[in-house]
Write a protein that binds this ligand. Structure first.
Ligand code: ATR
Length: 273
């Protein structure tokens, strides 16, 4: 049986095994998918051991996506763009590295949430690894503009400059936004599930009519960012569960050459939706 796993630290609460096991059942793929915890200083050794034991592929989560990128001897264009890997496939004698986070998010936005991105104005909060990972696929959807707002402004400027040839992306402070409104506002900071929203940093009223607030993280209750967005008349909100499921589907396609249906997995993980 072909073996796959999610490697991370911590990894115990990952939903990836549930998702991939459901995909495997639904598509009739003979494979296993397990949790692969690695010590903070032991990513490489753990991944290599898994390959030596016959492992065929890995999903990579916090904090190892950069190390996975460095380890991969061969990489997809989207992994190069993101400079991080969330998916690895063992090929003969080396790891092939891919990044399915950005395309997973785009699929959730366009396919599941029916969001039109072409011609739209998009605000991305944050300029770290998560923001870098989504910019290429986002700009490929031909938005009218993508604005980056980040606590450390030079970091946003640098990120915008490195994607300038992919489309209209600019770094701004909230003050520079001057009342601009956005159809989609994406939280790509690491404030997460328990952090505080940096009120003074983010624009007062960023949402255009019908605007969507999207958080890259997911939780069983609305995240701090989504609560903030609801108070600022975001008409629609979504957390990152859809992105998680869709990035998993993209990894599954890479490994198995079959695209699984994602809606049954949504129903399984969030029955009330
Ligand atoms: P990740 O890989 O999760 O993106 P990262 O590369 O460390 O992690 O980036 C974290 C992002 O969240 C950055 O944009 C960071 O802002 P800075 O560049 O100013 O550090 C942002 N961030 C983290 N904590 C924050 C907070 N309390 N308020 C505002 N932004 C925050």
């Amino acid at each position: 049986m072909d073996r796959y796993a999610v490697i991370g630290h911590p990894v115990a609460h990952s939903k990836s095994p549930l998702i991939h096991q459901a995909f495997a059942r639904a598509t009739g793929q003979h494979m296993s998918y397990e949790l692969l915890p690695a010590p903070l200083d032991g990513f490489l050794a753990t991944a290599q051991r898994f390959a030596a034991e016959g492992g065929r592929g890995l999903n990579v989560t916090v904090p190892f996506k950069l190390e996975a990128y460095a380890m991969a001897k061969e990489r997809s264009a989207r992994a190069e763009e993101a400079q991080a890997c969330n998916t690895l496939a063992w090929r003969d004698d080396h790891w092939y590295g891919d990044n399915t986070d950005g395309v997973g998010l785009m699929r959730d936005l366009t396919h599941n949430l029916h969001e039109t991105l072409a011609g739209r104005d998009v605000l991305v909060l944050g300029a770290g690894g998560a923001a870098r990972g989504i910019l290429g696929p986002l700009l490929a959807k031909m938005p009218r503009s993508v604005v980056l707002v980040n606590r450390t402004e030079p970091r946003a400027a640098e990120l915008a400059a490195s994607f300038a040839e992919h489309g209209p992306v600019a770094a701004m402070s909230s003050a520079q936004l001057n009342g601009r409104r956005f159809h989609v506002v994406i939280n790509a900071t690491s404030i997460g599930i328990n952090g505080d929203v940096p009120e003074n940093l983010w624009p007062e009223h960023p949402f255009a009519v019908g605007g969507l607030a999207y958080d890259l993280v997911y939780a069983d209750v609305p995240t701090p960012f989504l609560r903030w967005a609801s108070q600022r008349s975001a008409e629609r909100t979504a957390d990152g569960l859809g992105m998680l499921i869709e990035q998993a589907a993209e990894s599954f396609v890479l490994w198995r050459g079959v695209r699984p249906e994602t809606s049954p997995v949504f129903a399984m993980l969030r029955p009330q939706a």
